[in-house]
Design a protein around this ligand. Structure first.
Ligand code: FES
Length: 265
């Protein structure tokens, strides 16, 4: 784990403000690139960094590593909501400015040495860590399929479409419906399954008979204060006892989590 001051190399808005169900206003999504070779050289898919988000935020904020580029730069894909002080601050950063962060943290996804076909499932902003794994799998020339579910075409069209099956809730791109509606059809194809998405997606997956005997690695996104296992602010209940998302996760087996006791992810 390294603590660094990174240079912002770019910070682009991928899409802008629009209404999203439970949020009266969703201010959009951004992709920031941070030059930090110390972290980029060791970051693995599924790991995260803690970013110092300015004077208005006393605590750093966790962000999944979205990509590593040229071994020296990490990118972070993040959404800005009306009450998101940290992400609002981050969205204002310009190229050549500096941002403090530490990482890479957490256990990350692990591809079994004997696994061949990888099924990746991303719901909404869950594409952030899944895309890193998707790129790694392509680099290793492993057969990979990414099921990517979003609300509408805005979100769907920004990622390359090789081996990607798209779902939109309004039916504007790909199949109409949620990614979990069609997941059972793809389960038999896969040797290993990885997922990241909102809590309802995980709760649906945990109930699927097709996934009952499968090892499914999921990445949890929770509120964190320290990010390193000190404050116990990210504790969750699992079938093998209490765990800290930052230090024991954020990647867990789908069937290990006591989903009924989790809320507000
Ligand atoms: Fe402090 Fe996990 S955020 S223990």
């Amino acid at each position: 784990m390294k603590q660094v001051i990174a240079t912002v190399t770019s910070n682009e808005q991928l899409w802008g403000e629009h209404k999203v169900r439970e949020h009266p206003k969703y201010l959009g999504a951004w992709l920031i690139r941070l030059k930090c070779p110390e972290i980029a050289s060791e970051a693995m898919p599924g790991q995260f960094v803690m970013i110092d988000c300015g004077e208005g935020c006393t605590l750093p904020r966790p962000f999944s590593v979205h990509q590593v580029e040229e071994g020296s730069t990490i990118s972070i894909f993040y959404a800005v909501l009306p009450n998101g002080r940290g992400t609002a601050w981050l969205s204002q950063r310009k190229a050549a400015e500096y941002v403090g962060l530490f990482g890479a943290l957490g256990n990350g996804f692990s591809i079994h040495p004997k696994a061949n076909k990888l099924l990746l499932v991303a719901g909404g902003n869950g594409i952030a860590p899944i895309y890193f794994l998707y790129r790694e799998a392509l680099k290793k020339e492993l057969p990979v399929k990414l099921l990517y579910g979003t609300l509408d075409d805005k979100r769907c069209s920004i990622f390359p479409q090789t081996n990607v099956v798209s779902f939109t809730e309004d039916g504007t791109v790909g199949y109409k419906g949620k990614v979990t509606d069609h997941l059972p059809e793809h389960v038999d194809w896969a040797d290993q399954i990885f997922a990241c998405g909102p809590l309802p997606m995980y709760k649906t997956m945990a109930q699927m008979p097709e996934l009952k005997d499968k090892h499914v690695q999921i990445s949890l996104e929770t509120r964190m204060a320290c990010g390193v296992g000190v404050c116990y602010g990210c504790t969750i209940r699992t079938k093998s006892g209490l765990k800290q998302v930052c230090a024991d996760g954020p990647v867990f087996d789908l069937h290990e989590i006591c989903w009924d006791e989790l809320s507000g992810l």
